[in-house]
Design a protein around this ligand. Structure first.
Ligand SMILES: [Zn+2]
Length: 218
């Protein structure tokens, strides 16, 4: 099966969208891009995540043509393929309707750096203005909103996160949902103390090497 490993991985992570409380029902979607093939594997539209098989995941080229798979692809496939066309550093995109990110998206608020953990996505997370789901306008505004970042809030809609691979994109989605919760609760309680630009520069520098284990001679 074409892109079997990626399709299997997407099935596992779609279930995690539900079990990690990042989305409800059939909301959200996930894709993984293969640079060599220049194809992406993307979740199908409106199917129960717990009944999915790897062959239900659709393989598409970046112009929106189906290469392999019998299912209808996610209506948001253009919001995935635009990142693979325009961003060299992103090979996986995760879209979720997670509760706190969605609350901030409905307020049309950016997430400001009140916790350093926002550094997994960048210095802040922008919120775009509202665009209709599945539209090319939504894809373009998501790309613009995520410029120099690894996450963006889609106005009156939800969360989009990217990464070098699916594990990184999913981690970003979880981390930014957590930051959205903290930011919302800080705003409800008072005025959060925000990290400065230079404090965030230091965080971003440390994040570059965080989790990278030194090589050990055997
Ligand atoms: Zn959505």
């Amino acid at each position: 099966m074409l892109m079997e490993q990626e399709r299997t991985e997407i099935v596992a992570y779609l279930k995690m969208l539900i079990t990690h409380r990042l989305t409800k029902g059939t909301g959200g979607n996930i894709s993984v891009y293969d640079k060599t093939l220049n194809f992406m594997a993307v979740s199908p539209s409106g199917m129960d995540y717990f009944k999915l098989e790897p062959q239900d995941i659709v393989v598409m080229d970046l112009d929106g043509n189906i290469i392999d798979g019998k299912r209808k692809p996610s209506s948001e496939y253009e919001m995935h393929s635009i990142f693979y066309r325009e961003r060299n550093d992103i090979c996986s995109v995760v879209h979720a309707h997670s509760p706190y990110a969605s609350v901030l998206a409905c307020l049309n608020w950016d997430i400001e750096p009140c916790t350093y953990l926002i550094g997994s996505a960048g210095k802040n997370v922008r919120c775009t203005k509202y665009e209709t789901f599945g539209s090319p306008e939504l894809a373009a505004s998501a790309l613009e909103g995520m410029k120099d970042r690894y996450a963006v809030l889609l106005g009156n809609h939800g969360l989009l996160a990217g990464g070098g691979d699916l594990a990184a994109a999913f981690d970003n989605a979880e981390e930014i949902e957590f930051c959205a919760e903290i930011y919302y609760k800080c705003k409800a309680a008072g005025n959060p103390v925000l990290l400065s630009d230079s404090q965030m520069d230091t965080v971003l520098k440390k994040f570059e090497t965080y989790g990278v284990q030194p090589e050990v001679d055997s």
